[in-house]
Ligand binder design. Structure first.
Ligand code: GDP
Ligand code: IMO
Ligand code: MG
Length: 424
């Protein structure tokens, strides 16, 4: 069975937890898009792991981990990630495979991300400043790029970096009046990365197709969420890759038809970090209640997340775009204690009700949410492990959302731990 797990909102839905659970029954876990902008949390016992580039299967000692061609790899973050696991006696030797075709995020990408965001002032996108946009832009531009395979020939890499950094420095000076960067310093770092990562490099496309031919089960781990997809999200307030499941085939060379099931992950409400439209946002006491109770602060940047009601219009769209078969709903526990809950079932745009999500930011900014109000529940549910033991109003909430989004909710999160999960 090959599975793909993908976020159906604006990221941070709880994909890390879901992937960690499903990885128990998978041979291989693959990250196929995004970079260190992702922060996937896995809680095992007293240990909390925040994974940025390593697949969430890496916590399990026998799981093979693949970082495929579609990922932009920040070697500094990857090094730290491997070290942090090492501190917990989790080794990746012999079970981590990195695509030689994956593009590398270097210091000038992060600098460019930061300078551009600063120069935009109040119009900034609110990126994670992890150099993601600049690195993918270089990939599309093709002329000034470093890929993982370039670590194999240090002499050629040195020359390449001279050319790239010279070009970048001209832009930094002319556009941002910023200090130049040193190609030599970046090269010195690359030398250490080469030493570390050469043993992990491979043709991951061949590796994955061989594994499929040998009957291995593969779990594809999405990063970000469908509404942050470069083409199908709330442009320009998106990330720079196809973070819906549409990015999976291109991001790892495995056709989508080889995936048996696409599993979408949502929160029982909605969150977003960074700028952009958010029709059900509650910039009020309710939003603060959710932020406090759900600990809604970014895994990567620590920023407070914007919080709001569940948006069935947005999620139904994401279900369609990402070809979702079933849904995992996390953070149901966070809603306990709210007297009433709201579910957005339509948008009102120019006086008309619309139920198909407009992937056009201008239209979306004009949308007001049309809500259905349902009763909440008081009981804490973090210890519940059977759907039928949930308060009746919590069960009804799940069933009502299933009707709206047209897909079964087969996994329910009632806390961050592996054990705090209900399977239906
Ligand atoms: P990801 O980017 O989709 O992997 O999600 P993040 O890890 O960025 O954010 C999800 C946060 O919610 C993490 O802190 C998780 O530990 C936590 N979490 C996941 N599922 C649940 C749940 O069902 N209930 C609660 N209270 N926390 C959860
Ligand atoms: P995971 O995988 C939530 C958001 C940023 C910003 C926009 C563009 O943990 O769900 P970028 O740095 O990608 O250029 O930023 O996208 N963003 C995320 N939000 N979760 C993520 O990843 C995100 N990755 C990027 O906040 O609004
Ligand atoms: Mg996250």
């Amino acid at each position: 069975m090959n599975l793909c797990v993908v976020g159906l909102q604006w990221g941070d839905e709880g994909k890390g937890k879901v992937v960690d659970i499903l990885a128990e029954q998978s041979d291989i876990v693959v990250r196929y898009s995004g970079g260190a902008n992702a922060g996937h949390t896995v809680v095992v016992g007293e240990n909390r792991f925040a994974l940025h580039l390593l697949p969430s299967g890496s916590i399990r000692p026998d799981t093979i981990c693949v970082i495929a061609n579609g990922v932009v790899v920040d070697p500094e973050v990857l090094t730290k990630g491997i070290e942090r696991l090492g501190e917990k006696d989790i080794s990746l030797d012999g079970r981590l495979f990195i695509s030689e075709n994956a593009h590398v995020v270097l210091d000038y990408h992060k600098k460019e991300d930061q300078l551009r965001e600063e120069s935009l002032g109040k119009n900034k996108l609110g990126t994670t400043i992890r150099g993601i946009g600049p690195c993918y832009a270089d990939k599309v531009g093709r002329s000034y790029t470093v890929r993982m395979a370039d670590f194999r020939d240090l002499e050629a890499l040195k020359a390449k970096l001279q050319t790239i950094v010279e070009y970048k420095n001209k832009i930094f000076a002319a556009v941002y009046d910023a200090e130049p960067m040193s190609a030599d310093e970046i090269f010195e770092k690359c030398k250490t990365y080469a030493e570390k990562f050469l043993p992990f490099l491979t043709d991951t496309t061949e590796f994955l197709h061989r594994a499929i031919a040998n009957g291995k089960s593969i779990l594809f781990e999405g990063a970000q969420g469908t509404l942050l997809d470069l083409d199908h999200g709330t442009f320009p307030f998106v990330t720079s890759s196809n973070s819906s499941s549409l990015g999976m085939p291109a991001g790892c060379g495995v056709p989508a038809k080889l995936v048996d099931k696409f599993i979408g992950v949502v929160k029982a409400y909605t969150t977003r970090v960074g700028a952009g439209p958010f029709p059900t946002e509650q910039d009020n006491e309710t939003g603060q209640y959710i932020r406090d109770k759900g600990n809604e602060y970014g895994t990567t940047t620590g920023r407070p997340r914007r919080c709001g009601w569940f948006d069935a219009v947005a999620v139904s769209y994401a279900v369609t775009i990402s070809a979702i078969d079933s849904v995992a709903m996390m953070h149901l526990d966070t809603l306990a204690g709210l007297k009433e809950l709201k579910i957005c079932r339509a948008y009102k745009i120019n006086g008309q009700e619309k139920t198909f999500f407009p992937a056009n930011t201008d239209k979306l900014l004009q949308a007001s949410a049309v809500y259905e109000t349902v009763p909440g529940w008081d009981e804490e549910i973090t210890e519940v492990n059977d759907f039928h033991d949930l308060p009746m109003n919590a069960q009804s909430y799940i069933c009502r959302i299933e009707e709206e989004i047209g897909k079964p909710i087969t996994v329910i999160g009632v806390g961050p731990k592996r054990s705090q999960t209900i399977f239906r």
